[in-house]
Ligand binder design. Structure first.
Ligand code: FES
Length: 120
């Protein structure tokens, strides 16, 4: 097992991220609702750099009484990252793709004396 120093604990602000090289791997560290989450920077679709994609709230399409979608809404409680290659989305807290069985591969973090480490 190896540890890689990433940054100080408060460097990544809520809604922010940092993508770092850890040996031959790349890891994206995100802060969501105050908690840090780390994911391998490899999309389960075709290995695109998922951690470098756009971050935004889950898009919700409310269906009206005529079974039509007339507007889009955003669920601020579920933050997603969209892969820059083909647009697949993943929840930043669970790593799950909202419509499929795919999920991101989590990396372990350790926080000691105010410093954040990736543990691989
Ligand atoms: S590689 Fe990420 S959506 Fe295709």
């Amino acid at each position: 097992m190896a540890e890689y120093l990433v940054c100080s604990e408060h460097e990544i602000v809520d809604g922010g991220r940092k993508v770092v090289a850890c040996g031959d791997k790349e890891i994206g560290i995100f802060r969501v609702k105050g908690a840090l989450h780390a994911w391998h920077n490899m999309c389960p679709h075709r290995q695109g750099p998922i951690c470098q994609g756009r971050i935004y709230p889950e898009v919700v399409e409310p269906v009206d009484e005529n079974c039509e979608v007339r507007t889009l809404q955003y669920n601020e409680g579920n933050m997603h990252v969209a892969c820059p290659w083909h647009g697949w989305e993943f929840n930043l807290e669970t790593g799950r793709n909202p419509v499929g069985r795919y999920r991101l591969h989590r990396a372990e973090l350790a926080i000691r004396e105010g410093q954040v480490y990736v543990v691989l």
